[in-house]
Each structure stands twice: as structure tokens, then as C-alpha cells.
Design a protein. Sequence first.
Length: 164
Amino acid sequence: MSIFTLGCIIGGCYAIYKYVKSNTLTTEQKELLIIAVSNQIVDEEIKMKFIKKEITLEKAIQSQKEKIDKESRVKAEKEKAEKELIERLSSANNRTYFCYSLVNTESLLYLVNPETNSVLESSATNLTKLYFEGWRLIDVDKTGKNAQLDSLNAVVRLEKTSNY
């Protein structure tokens, strides 16, 4: 074996050793991690600040609660906005739905947000319910290139009939 090869092997081993050593928690850090987990601190950033002693346990708990509260508020606001959008779209006489696999009248349909063309998952319905409510199918467009039955995505357009 040449000296160069031997040097590369030793250098590589040393680099691996340094990497493992720098990414290993000390006994004190392991104890702090256990304390963080037992206090339900699950956010990785907050947990790491606590383990590195950048913040106290009380501050970590408070930060975790604030983050959860903020996420809950944002989620509630999004749900409220989506509900309002669904109500607005549902009041129209023409609707556009998306279906992941249109195989029969029980296939799930989802309203399409006309501003973003995204699917509103919480608006799930099917053709049977819509027919019962007085809706009439006016157009079905297959989307995508695949003709397999399990991936026969479709855009479905319906209109409200005047009898109802």
C-alpha cells in the first residue's frame, strides 16, 4: 500500500471520528433531552435551544405552547376561509368538481377553487347526492395522460336544473 493511500485512509477515519464526536450528545445533554421530551417539547428548534442551554425549561415550555397556539390559529383561519369559499361556490348555479377516479356515481367529487385551481378536500360529495339535490351533469373532461381506471382523473361540470 502506498503512503498516499494510507494517509487517505487515516484522514478519512479521522474525519469520521470528528463528525461522530461532534454529533454525539453529552450525558448532560441526554438528560436535558429527556426533560424536554417529558415536558412535551416536540419542536426540534426549541428542543435544541434547550439542550444547548440557550433557553430555560420555562422558556422552552412557553415557546412550545405559543407555537402550538399559533399553529392552531392559522389552521382555524384556513379552515374558516375554506368553509366560506365552499359556501360561496356551493351557492352558484354552475359548479366545477374534480374527481381522482370517476368510475361511478359514488366516486368522490371535490369542488375546485377557481382562483388557485386547487382541490377543496373538505367539500367531498358524489354524483348521487348532487343528482338528488337537482344538479345535472353537463361535462366531464378526463385529465392526464394515463387511461388506467384507477387514475382516470376528471373535471366534472354540473349545473342546477330549474325544476328545483
